[in-house]
Design a protein around this ligand. Structure first.
Ligand code: 4GX
Length: 247
């Protein structure tokens, strides 16, 4: 997976380039990250990348030309099948399903906007898709771009472990994860649920599914509305609700 980033703050990407799984994937040549700074493509004395919006209004916009030249330079180094993406609150909301679809693509150009955004003509002429990381505003597109790279990267086969681990993730089946425990057996007087120590693999699997359903019901009931539960899942959820009401 190759990521070309258009950003005026290249150093911010050290956060993923230097640490963790993305960093390891870069060293193994599984991922590449190249950053193109629009400021390097400005030709006035002050290297101006922003300007006031036509029609007035507060704040500044990123100028079109430095962004367009940076995009052209990035394009020259990548294959034909490259998706150009603008991260913005106006984009389609990312979720695990869209991330999973996007992870089939191998070349990206990610445009990181600052200030009040970028000249609309950059979006109109050069952007294939606009994506949002959520309904809130960050100070720039760099963190959203890193989230984009991070979530896609962890779906690359064998990068974080066996496929089965990814399939057990929250959201993979549309549900939240079940509670998890590790040693020791007691923490602050609270024991690990007995069933997890029982060695009954089938019962443990059922318990985990039941807890997943319960956690989703308690914490994210909206998620339950968009998935179709199997008969087994329906039974386990009603058992969870019964237990819950007894407490
Ligand atoms: N999901 N930001 C883009 C500049 C901007 C401002 C207004 C268009 C209109 C964001 C998000 C996000 C901050 C990136 C503002 N662009 N990006 N930037 N939420 O908040 O992706």
């Amino acid at each position: 997976m190759h990521f070309n980033i258009i950003s005026i703050f290249p150093k911010m990407f050290d956060a993923i380039i230097k640490y963790g799984i993305v960093s390891r994937a870069i060293k193994k040549n599984i991922i590449s990250i190249k950053i193109w700074n629009p400021r390097d493509y400005t030709y006035d004395k002050y290297h101006t990348i922003d300007d006031r919006p036509y029609g007035g209004g507060s704040g500044m916009l990123m100028k079109a030309e430095p962004l367009l030249i940076a995009i052209e330079h990035a394009k020259k180094t990548t294959q034909i099948n490259t998706k150009i993406i603008y991260l913005s609150p106006q984009g389609k909301p990312l979720n695990q399903k869209s991330v999973s679809k996007l992870s089939k693509i191998s070349n990206f150009i990610l445009i990181c906007g600052r200030y009040k955004g970028i000249d609309e003509r950059v979006i109109h002429s050069s952007v294939d898709e606009e994506w949002s990381i959520g309904d809130y505003i960050t100070t720039g597109g760099e963190l959203p771009a890193m989230i984009f790279i991070d979530t896609l990267s962890r779906l690359i086969p064998n990068l974080i472990g066996k496929k089965i681990y990814i399939e057990e993730d929250s959201f993979c089946n549309g549900l939240l994860d079940c509670p998890q425990y590790t040693r020791p057996n007691f923490i602050k007087g609270i024991p690990v649920p007995k069933i997890l120590l029982s060695g009954h693999h089938l019962k443990i699997k059922k318990w985990k599914l039941k807890q997943s359903l319960g956690a989703t019901w308690l914490k994210r009931p909206d998620l339950l509305k968009v998935i179709k539960l199997s008969e087994e899942q329906k039974t386990l959820l009603s058992e969870f609700k019964k237990d819950w009401n007894k407490k």
